[in-house]
Design a protein around this ligand. Structure first.
Ligand SMILES: Cc1cc2nc3c(=O)[nH]c(=O)nc-3n(C[C@H](O)[C@H](O)[C@H](O)COP(=O)(O)OP(=O)(O)OC[C@H]3O[C@@H](n4cnc5c(N)ncnc54)[C@H](O)[C@@H]3O)c2cc1C
Length: 423
């Protein structure tokens, strides 16, 4: 099948970064399409069992704004989101972050409604297979189970979470060696929990001793048992399984999924025995998406470093900010290594610019960063922020009839400041 649709912008990947980019671009008047492998928007945020936007604020001051604020408010006002201040991490109770808890099924609906009403053309169950950047436009090939077709656009956004577009375009990317890749997790959801009792237990500070017990019995494979009540329900999401493998190698990745899934029923029995409020809990779902924390990153015009985050470098071309600590799920020690950062840090536009390309931006967690910075900035509120800014900047480039690498810091700042506050 040949469909030569022409768009201003095609976004590859409809995760949090990709969806916000597409909505921002479409609302700004760009003809925009999203190519998404799954049949929902929201990527990891809606399909991997996650239910918490980490570090959405710093020391009680919300960092979210623009579309992110619109979405968070909608979740909260409908009873499907709750904002919590300074919540301790289950793997280290000294590390505390503000979090927005949400129901991922409702988030799916909200993202889709916003994208559709903005006029975004969504191509679900569709996958990028070929891509080419030409001097004046870009061309991609997409397929679903039944057909293959071509599409053209002025600009492309790689929001695949794994630099899939850049690799398809023939660009170089960085992959963490297998033995150093962050541990992956298959999350699951339990129902029928007495949330009040569970919250009392979580606030009592007794969780670390339960985790020690789980480790000593070898039910838990790592020092993490995060139990997150899902607003508006009696369900709780559980982040506890651990599996190591090469996520790009089908055999190895499948082994990891099988390994992680085999941990779920023993962990559920352990939770029922040990966690007040969960005595009658049942398994309601296992995430359809394997939670791969690691991912390829690009070579960008600027590589964001942990030093930048520690020094809170104020880039002239800042497109997003965040405050989540460095959080390395270490495959060797099977612990989580934390480094709390001193304040609000920034992400420069140049980290979104892939070396060797002109009409493409890389948004989402595969932007140019070192391994340590990546371990901090990869959380969803930051990715949403990056995506939204990128959406506006595609519009700026279209107005200026220029390539993405021709925008300068001053005009980026000015343009973003007039659209939404970039703290
Ligand atoms: C186990 C785990 C726990 C985490 N916990 C938290 C947490 O508690 N709080 C938090 O804020 N963050 C958490 N994170 C981090 C966060 O979920 C991700 O880093 C973030 O969602 C990345 O967003 P993204 O938009 O870049 O990518 P994704 O959400 O991964 O979206 C990428 C999208 O691109 C699509 N795609 C990829 N390739 C193609 C292709 N070729 N064609 C078409 N579509 C394609 C995918 O299907 C996907 O929908 C966690 C991550 C993991 C794995």
């Amino acid at each position: 099948m040949l469909t030569n649709d022409y768009y201003d912008l095609i976004v590859i990947g409809g995760g949090t970064a990709g969806t916000l980019c597409a909505i921002a671009a479409a609302r700004s008047g760009l003809k925009t399409a999203v190519i998404e492998r799954n049949s929902w928007l929201g990527g990891m945020a809606c399909g991997s069992g996650l239910t918490e936007m980490n570090a959405a604020g710093f020391q009680s001051r919300p960092l979210y704004h623009g579309l992110e604020e619109e979405i968070f408010n909608q979740l909260i006002e409908s009873g499907h989101g709750e904002y919590h201040f300074a919540v301790p991490m289950s793997s280290n109770k000294e590390v505390k972050v503000d979090r927005l808890r949400y129901d991922p099924e409702i988030l799916k609906v909200i993202l889709e409604e916003k994208a559709v009403s903005a006029g975004v053309d969504i191509f679900y169950d569709s996958e990028l297979t070929e891509a080419e950047e030409r001097e004046d436009c870009c061309r991609i090939t997409v397929r679903n189970l039944y057909a293959t077709w071509n599409m053209e656009a002025s600009y492309l956004a790689d929001a695949s979470g794994n630099a899939n577009l850049i690799r398809t375009l023939g660009g170089d990317t960085i992959k963490t060696p297998e033995e150093k890749q962050l541990t992956s997790t298959l999350m699951f959801r339990i129902s029928g929990v007495d949330i009040q009792k569970l919250n009392e237990f979580l606030n009592s500070g007794q969780l670390p001793s339960v985790i020690r017990e789980g480790l000593s019995r070898e039910v838990l494979k790592g020092k993490i048992l995060a139990l997150t009540p899902i607003p508006g329900s009696r369900d709780v999401s559980v982040n506890a399984t651990r599996a190591q493998g090469d996520y790009e190698d089908s055999r190895s990745c499948s082994r990891s999924v099988i390994q992680a899934r085999s941990q779920i029923l023993p962990i559920l029995e352990f939770i029922k025995e040990q966690i007040p409020g969960a005595e009658e809990a049942t398994l309601s779902s296992i995430a359809p998406f394997f939670g791969v924390r690691d991912g390829r990153r690009i070579h960008g015009a600027y590589k964001l470093t942990l030093d930048d985050l520690e020094n809170m470098t104020r880039f002239e071309d800042s497109v997003a900010c965040g405050c989540y600590p460095m959080d390395i799920h270490d495959p060797v020690t099977n612990t989580v290594i934390w480094k709390v950062l001193p304040g609000v840090y920034h992400i420069p536009y140049r980290s979104l610019l892939p070396v060797g390309f002109h009409r493409t931006l890389v948004i989402g967690k595969c932007l140019a960063a070192d391994k340590e910075a990546f371990a901090a900035i990869r959380v969803m509120p930051i990715m949403m922020n990056v995506g939204e800014s990128a959406g506006y900047l595609f519009r700026l480039a279209k107005e200026r009839k220029c390539c993405m690498d021709e925008l300068n810091a001053e005009e980026i700042r000015e343009y973003l400041d007039t659209r939404y506050l970039n703290n």
